[in-house]
Ligand binder design. Structure first.
Ligand SMILES: Cc1cc2nc3c(=O)[nH]c(=O)nc-3n(C[C@H](O)[C@H](O)[C@H](O)COP(=O)(O)OP(=O)(O)OC[C@H]3O[C@@H](n4cnc5c(N)ncnc54)[C@H](O)[C@@H]3O)c2cc1C
Length: 434
């Protein structure tokens, strides 16, 4: 199994190239092994390093650390979400459990950036849920009532309010929620790499090929080496299924996003010089679109079943055209050739939108499946799974474990067939919003 990501992602390319990359090409032994170096794995490594300063801890990734979904997402640290179809009061209790976890996630990232003085373009500017369809007002009104019941400040917005804030006339109804943060995802994950504790070794470009447990020791085989560990944490998110972890409970989805170059002064003036903002769609397959603080526009309007290992440049080019159209429809005054980069990334989905946070066997733990809210929840789950694996307990673990457990998925080919059908339907009802 080899993960080959495109090198296009603007967020990643904003940063300096890393040096001193260590590849595993020998036999190693350790007390703790973490597979996957995104927000989850790096947060687990940080916490384990703090809890066990004398132990030997290894974190390892198939590609460069932080260059999976963690370095290439849209940068919304969310306090609430609408995109999994929640709209009524019936499930208020479940929804509360979900947002309780989001709240802990935000606190966890906030604590990390404060403690390590991280600059990740943190902006507590809230976020918008918006649609061009007037009929979506009902969904937003219901959602607004639910949020008010749970104490989340929010305001319904009209076309003219939205066009003043966003610089586009496209949206007719919207809901602004005050909580929620926009940030630079790659700067955040880079900081997690740079601040790994001294007793944590990082290996990169070293893919786990297979693993087994023998007499309480976990034996992991990589392309050019192997590791024997007493305990292991799987933090591979969209790749859990391909490693056979909770394989009947999660599946990968491939997302693609594009980013424009920085708008010129003239272009920026033509859209009313808005402050940084982020819009999430009301219909699940609609576009996520964001104006960055340095005047670039990011758009993400695809989600599909695709090989999680690689997307070819020609496939990316096709998706880039969709993203160009998405920008054009919202900002017709901007020229058509402003997209600078298009990239793909892998997320993990579960059937009921719950996450996985579990001991799956003695000394074997897993955390993942954030359904698009992995910045906060991944950071939180990484830290808390390390605590759980150290046989300690926290109020955070209690809140995480109070959520519904993930539900079983049908085997292939029924799974792909079901997901594809659902995505086609969602795409159809969101077609004006893409
Ligand atoms: C385009 C896009 C937009 C998104 N937007 C948002 C957003 O706005 N807000 C939000 O909260 N979330 C968003 N997400 C989701 C978010 O990025 C993820 O939930 C989060 O990054 C998950 O972090 P993680 O550390 O669990 O997984 P990842 O960052 O995916 O890390 C897993 C790592 O495991 C490694 N790995 C896999 N298999 C192996 C193996 N066999 N051996 C060794 N290593 C392996 C991978 O290389 C990878 O680096 C988005 C995702 C994408 C792709």
């Amino acid at each position: 199994m080899e993960i080959i990501n495109d090198k296009n992602c603007s967020w990643i390319n904003d940063l300096n190239l890393r040096t001193n990359i260590k590849v595993l090409n020998f036999k190693e032994e350790c007390d703790w092994l973490i597979i996957g170096a995104g927000y989850t794995g790096l947060s687990a490594a940080r916490k384990l390093g703090q809890l066990h300063p004398t132990k030997n801890i290894i974190i390892i990734d198939a590609q460069l650390a932080g260059e999976g979904a963690s370095g290439r997402n849209s940068g919304y640290l969310v306090d609430t979400t609408l995109n999994d179809g929640f709209t009524s009061n019936k499930e208020l209790e479940n929804y509360k459990k979900k947002v309780d976890v989001y709240k802990l996630g935000i606190e966890c990232v906030k604590k990390f950036i404060k403690e390590y003085q991280v600059d990740c373009d943190w902006n507590e500017c809230g976020k918008y849920f918006a649609s061009s369809k007037y009929e979506d007002k009902k969904v937003l009104k219901d959602f607004s009532k639910t949020l008010l019941k749970l104490g989340f400040e929010n305001h319904l917005l009209s076309n003219s309010d939205l066009s003043k804030k966003l610089g586009t006339n496209f949206y007719n109804v919207g809901l602004y929620t005050k909580g929620g943060i926009l940030l630079h995802p790659s700067k955040l994950v880079r900081a997690m790499i740079d601040t790994l504790p001294k007793n944590v070794q990082l290996f990169e470009n070293s893919s786990l090929l297979n693993w087994k447990k023998n007499n309480d020791i976990i034996h992991c085989k990589f392309k050019h080496g192997s590791i024997f560990s007493k305990k292991i944490i799987f933090a591979t998110n969209g790749f859990l299924k391909s490693l056979g972890i909770k394989a009947n409970y999660n599946f990968p989805l491939t997302l693609t996003a594009s980013m424009t170059r920085t708008l010129t002064d003239e272009e920026f003036k033509s859209i009313g010089e808005p402050k940084e903002w982020g819009v999430l769609p009301v219909r699940p397959m609609g576009a996520t679109i964001r104006m960055t603080k340095d005047r670039r526009i990011l758009i993400r309007n695809t989600a599909e079943i695709y090989s999680p290992l690689k997307m070819s440049q020609s496939a990316l080019d096709k998706r880039s055209i969709k993203q160009k159209m998405g920008i054009k429809k919202r900002f017709p005054q901007l020229s058509s050739d402003i997209i600078q980069s298009t990239w793909s990334g892998i997320v993990s989905r579960t059937r009921n939108s719950s996450q996985i946070f579990q001991k799956i066997d003695d000394n074997i733990f897993v955390a993942g499946c954030y359904n698009g809210s992995g910045i906060g929840v991944g950071t939180l789950f990484g830290e808390q799974i390390a605590i759980k694996a150290s046989n300690e307990h926290t109020k955070e673990i209690e809140i995480i474990e109070a959520r519904n457990k993930v539900t079983w998925l049908p085997p292939q080919p029924f799974l792909n067939l079901g997901v594809k059908t659902r995505l086609i339907y969602e795409r159809f009802i969101a077609k004006s919003e893409i």
